[in-house]
Design a protein around this ligand. Sequence first.
Ligand code: FRU
Length: 421
Amino acid sequence: MTETYRELHRPQFHFSARKNWINDPNGLVFQDGTWHLYFQHNPKSTVWGNMTWGHAVSDDLIHWKQLDHAMYPDEHGTMFSGSAVIDHENTAGFGAGAIVFLYTAAGRHVDPTREFTQCLAWSTDNGTTLTKYEGNPVLEWIEGDNRDPKVSWHEASGKWIMPLYLADDRYSLYGSKDLKSWSHLQDLRLEGDRECPDFFPLKDESGEERWVFWGANGFYQVGRFDGTEFMAETPVLACENGRNGYAAQTWSNVPDGRCIQISWMAGGHFPEMPFNHQMSIPVTLELVGSGRDVLLRRWPVREVKSLRVREVRLASTTIEPGSPIVPDTAAKLMDVSFTVKRGDRQALIVNIRGQALTFNWDKDEMRFAAGQAPGMVKGRKSTQLPDGDLLDVRLLIDRTSVEVFLNGGEVSASYCFLPSA
Ligand code: FRU
């Protein structure tokens, strides 16, 4: 048997569980030098089910250590997605600095007569032991399979804010002073999206605080939030343009003010592996522009650089059709950067271990591995290329994934693949 973490299709610089199924990142929080990554996990099998919170920690967002599972199914339900905050002011009464978790108990999955409710857990030992609140649930069932609470703090109104997914493309915002009693603020829609909301503040380029409302597919709207009502000021925009980036969540309590996000790479294939699925590389989100002309830029965290062991530089050159450039390296794990000038060419094709990443200017699209069966996520087969004659490209290539960042991250896309032998 292959040694754990050395298996054929094991991602090398992306998080995957020691064994069995994972999906969404959950409870992302930083405390006392530790980045916590809880995650949706089936501890019993490589397919979805028995939802339990797995747990991993890191001190650099890149090297992860998996710890004991953090929350198991109980009488309220199986443990669906949720989030975590640090309660600095002890608003909930578990102690100043307690980590407070809000998550969904998927009632129907333990008892057909039970609904989905929102529950609370807390930890006072830096996320090692999660104690479920005896007064659970803190938010009763509203409709359908309502789920995925993601809490953040709204400074100006001094309250906690929680978006919740309802059904179709509908969500609600809730507010609370103590994380235990929640009142309804607003109903919202995010066209084309569903599940796993995130709602977080970011400064735009004019220095103004804006709020981003985000869904599992990686669509979002930027707007203003006064503590009661979110007013979208942009159309629905796409940040994640790939077919495999899903259910992203941002970390809370990040020490240096960065907005850091990680997503589940849904729809990968890991045949004969003891584990199933991987996370994305953590990325920093920033707002470019201001007013209505504003968008998110998504870029790998700077810590990724610590993984580089060798640099291969290519001189600037003209690529002639039929004469590909072949970098002088046998490395399979790469952080590739280049700028390409289109000139009068139709397309540029990058061959990544037998899979074609095509920048097709004639069709105004980027497409990865067109021949491969798409994963479960999103119908999107291609994405529009940014305007201009010059295109900046960065690729993070691991054994079973490629993440594409164009023009400094103004367009990004995550893809899973199964390398050819
Ligand atoms: C998204 C999702 C969430 C849910 C979780 C269950 O991938 O469907 O809405 O909480 O997965 O595992």
